[in-house]
Design a protein around this ligand. Structure first.
Ligand code: ZN
Length: 333
């Protein structure tokens, strides 16, 4: 090793620190699949693959399996661990900025430091852990619908309503790892049905794929004019949006209700966060412009005047958003 000579140790440290290693991994850990991405340090994807999360015995095997997948890829590609800047991992539960996950119901996990544990399994390669919805938001801010903007709110409309808030190009994790839990903003105090979180009247009870179907069944009970597609069969959110696009009055009403709930909630959020752009993703966002129109109609009337014209965009990275966001957390340190 060369001796530092007249340079101070701090100068040497800074020089070493600014030289980023050539490779990194982005891992999106979900309840049904683990998406793994091997990246160059400029964020370009070299290869992606998936492994299943084994959830038996409280999910004890999940991190060792991920570590094995990473080590396997390194030896397959003849890359030294010394050349890996680090691993970013998105986890389906609240995660504090220091890497401590506060329980993942889907995986059977309790409270522990997921970043420290995975780093230990990888022989000390640095690991950053964050909430999965937050890393998806970071991915869309970096290389998706929010690209070119530093302040982004992302809403993911799937089975539930997920969310992530990016401020100054960084994830807002919050004091309890729960920042961006947009789906559990209380929208109605008179709701009698219980949300998955145990509260009543949460946004995702109305504005998710399951929420709009639930609203359709309620409309059926109230014997209002019904979409023809409700004729005695199971319906999906896609069918409701398709019927709305075809001009069905009742389906248009359901889409409008979803737009009102989301538009109002997002107006509340922008009054606090004031993002440059709001990105809408998840399976329901495949409905496209009719969804954006339904949300913005109500958003523009509910929003504070200074952020009334905030731009809405559809997400573009799909299921890869979490992987991109995860690797960004490590490249962004
Ligand atoms: Zn809830």
């Amino acid at each position: 090793m060369k001796r530092p000579g007249k340079r101070t140790l701090m100068q040497v440290f800074r020089k070493e620190r600014t030289k980023m290693k050539p490779y990194a991994f982005g891992i999106d850990l979900g309840g049904t699949t683990v998406k793994c991405g091997f990246f160059k340090n400029d964020g370009s994807l070299i290869e992606k693959w998936e492994i299943p999360p084994i959830k038996d015995n409280g999910g004890v095997q999940i991190l060792p399996d991920i570590a094995a997948a990473i080590k396997g890829k390194l030896s397959e590609r003849d890359v030294s661990p010394e050349d890996v800047e680090g691993v970013g991992i998105g986890v389906p539960g609240p995660v504090l900025a220091n890497g401590v996950v506060n329980g993942c119901v889907n995986l059977g996990w309790g409270v522990f430091n997921v970043a420290e544990e995975l780093s230990g399994l990888l022989g000390g390669i640095p690991v950053v852990a964050a909430n999965d919805a937050n890393v998806a938001a970071l991915g869309e801010q970096w290389k998706g619908g929010g690209e070119g903007n530093q302040n982004v709110v992302m809403v993911t409309l799937g089975t539930g309503v997920g969310g992530g808030i990016i401020v100054g190009g960084r994830i807002l994790a919050g004091g309890h790892g729960a920042a961006g839990e947009i789906g559990h903003i209380q929208m109605r105090k008179d709701e009698t049905a219980v949300c998955g979180c145990g509260k009543k009247g949460c946004l995702e009870q109305y504005a998710s794929a399951t929420g709009i179907v639930r609203m359709a069944h309620l409309a059926l009970k109230e014997e209002r004019k019904l979409p023809s597609l409700l004729d005695g069969k199971e319906i999906t959110s896609k069918e409701i949006f398709d019927a709305a696009k075809a001009g069905d009055d009742a389906a248009l009403g359901l889409v409008d209700t979803l737009g009102e709930m989301l538009g109002t909630a997002l107006a509340h959020i922008t009054a606090v966060v004031d993002p440059d752009v709001i990105v809408i993703g998840g399976g329901v966002s495949k409905a496209g412009q009719i969804l954006i129109d339904a949300i913005t109609k109500h958003y523009r009337t509910a929003a504070f005047h200074a952020c009334r014209d905030t731009e809405f965009k559809l997400a573009v990275l799909g299921n890869d958003a979490g992987m991109y966001g995860a690797v960004r957390t490590i490249l962004n340190r």
